[in-house]
Structure formats: structure tokens, C-alpha cells
Ligand binder design. Structure first.
Ligand code: GUN
Length: 295
């Protein structure tokens, strides 16, 4: 059996279309959703991600500004900027691109963002709300994974979802989303991680397998049974002299082998990545609706 390859790009387009309509309704009320994106330093991956976010904002009609600080910026200067953005009514959403330089504490920075404008959903208040089943916004990548499943006809309702990876950005919040007592969620979720002995014992039990480990080919064909839906969250740069950039992007699964076995699989690039960006726009529009009393 050859798997269905789910295009995150197409689903992201669909979502952006829906968002444009919501933006139009806000504009009729004189509100333009605004997103402030802050970067410290020149990490190449961060530059690339932020470019994609800026392009997507333009596409859906969100006003965005990218604010760049030099690598050696003191933490205090960054916190001062965040305070300004918190009080600037032009911006309904603020994100600080991670990773930050070593001398800056990411937790202090994240906690300085007004939770109402926290479109990454990284602030502990928003993480806590999600965990108690009363979310404000949903974090972008796990929300993107959920939307891929729902919009491709693979609702996690009643299914056994196995997540590989327990990061604060992916694994943990995805677990919180999928165990919600809510239509389209209600999954039974197993979270595996780097200290899970015999990972394959768990991955073989999955109806839906989500991989967010950060290592190429971490999941091989023998670890997956036929009929599994595989969502690959990994974004790894591997050297490729045939590319102008010198690298290409691959996920965390052995895609070529899994595509012969799984029911469905997301590619890298073109799978979860574009959905993460679309969900950031979703959150910015939703934050603007909340802040303007339109939600
Ligand atoms: N770095 C990698 N992924 C993300 C993300 O989703 N948000 C932010 N702010 N930084 C990131």
C-alpha cells in the first residue's frame, strides 16, 4: 500500500482563505489585526521562519512588523521593547522568535509578554489554561497537527495517538490538546521520549503517530504498523551539495520507507511547517477579535 501524502501547504491555504474572511469582518469595524515579531541575532533558521510568517501575514491581511536586535542586546533592552509592544494597540499579537542568545533567559522573556497577546501560547498562564481545558489560544505547531488530522478525515476522537517527543513547544501541548474532553479531541494519548525504553513497542501500537524528536530517520518502517497515520513534525537540515544552500530539509521519519507502509503521512517540507505559520495567523486574528470584543 502506498500512503496518502497529506499536503500541509494545501490545508494552510484553505485556512488562510478562512482567515481572510475573518480579517475582512474586523476591517469593517476599523480593526486591522497586528503582529509584532521580535528576533535577537541572525540565526539562519529563525530568519527563514520569520520571513515565511511575514509573507503569510501579508496574504491574510494581518499587519506585521519584524523587529531585529543585535546578538549582544542586553536582556533589559528586550524586556523594555516587549513592554512597549504590550501597550501598543496596533499589535494584537507578539512573538519572540526562539532560540534566544545564551545571555538571555527565554522564560523571563516569554513571561514578560502580555498573555492576551501571546500568539505562540508559550506563556505559563496560557499553558495552564490549556491544561485545565479552558484554552485561550492553542500553540501553533500542535494546533497545526490537530487541524491536519481533522481536515484530512483522521479525527483523533477515540484513537490511540502516540507522540514521540515531550518538548514544551510540541509534545506536551499536543498531549493537552488531544486529551481535551471535546469533539474532535477525546484521544487516548501516549507520550514517549528520549528515556522511553523500546520505543518501537509503543510506536507500533499507534493509530496516529506524531513524531517531534529532532533527529532524521528516527522512525523507521519496522517501528510502524500498516494503517498508521504518521505526522512528522521534524525539521532537520542535512548537508546536500546539490542544493544552492548546501542543505535540504528532512523530517524525523524515514519517509521513503514509511510511505510504502502507512495509511497517510505528512512530508517535510510541505507538511506541518506551513500549518504552523497558518495557525500563527489564526491566533493573531483570534487575539484581535478578543481584544476588540468581536469574539
Ligand atoms: N522557534 C522555533 N519554533 C518557534 C515557534 O513556534 N515560535 C517561536 N517564537 N520561536 C520558535
Amino acid at each position: 500500500m502506498t500512503a496518502r501524502v497529506i499536503s500541509g501547504r494545501e490545508l494552510a491555504e484553505q485556512i488562510c482563505g478562512e482567515l481572510r474572511e475573518r480579517v475582512e469582518r474586523l476591517k469593517e469595524k476599523g480593526i486591522i489585526p497586528g503582529l509584532a515579531m521580535v528576533r535577537v541575532g541572525d540565526d539562519p533558521a529563525s530568519i527563514s521562519y520569520m520571513k515565511q510568517k511575514g509573507k503569510s501575514a501579508e496574504k491574510v491581511g494581518v499587519y506585521s512588523e519584524t523587529i531585529v536586535f543585535p546578538e549582544d542586546t542586553p536582556q533589559e533592552a528586550l524586556l523594555k521593547k516587549i513592554d512597549e509592544l504590550n501597550h501598543d494597540p496596533k499589535f494584537h499579537g507578539i512573538l519572540v522568535q526562539l532560540p534566544l542568545p545564551q545571555h538571555i533567559d527565554p522564560r523571563t522573556v516569554i513571561e514578560a509578554i502580555d498573555p492576551a497577546k501571546d500568539v505562540d501560547c508559550f506563556h505559563p498562564v496560557n499553558v495552564g489554561k490549556l491544561l485545565i481545558g479552558e484554552p485561550y489560544l492553542l500553540p501553533c505547531t500542535p494546533h497545526g497537527v490537530w487541524q491536519i488530522l481533522l481536515r484530512s478525515g483522521y479525527s483523533p476522537e477515540g484513537k490511540h495517538v502516540v507522540i514521540c517527543g515531550r518538548s514544551n513547544i510540541n509534545g506536551k501541548p499536543l498531549f493537552a490538546i488531544l486529551i481535551q474532553k471535546k469533539a474532535g479531541a477525546n484521544a487516548t494519548v501516549t507520550v514517549c521520549h528520549s528515556r522511553t525504553p523500546d520505543l518501537a513497542r509503543f510506536t507500533r501500537q499507534a493509530d496516529i503517530l506524531v513524531v517531534a524528536i529532532g533527529r532524521p530517520k528516527a522512525i523507521t518502517a519496522d517501528m510502524v504498523r500498516e494503517g498508521t497515520v504518521v505526522i512528522d513534525v521534524g525539521v532537520n537540515r542535512v548537508p546536500d551539495p546539490t542544493k544552492k544552500s548546501g542543505f535540504r530539509l528532512v523530517g524525523d521519519t524515514d519517509f521513503d520507507a514509511l510511505v510504502e507502509k502507512a495509511e497517510a503521512i505528512t512530508p517535510v517540507p510541505g507538511g506541518v511547517g506551513p500549518m504552523t505559520v497558518a495557525m500563527l495567523m489564526w491566533n493573531t486574528v483570534t487575539a484581535a477579535e478578543f481584544q476588540s470584543g468581536a469574539a
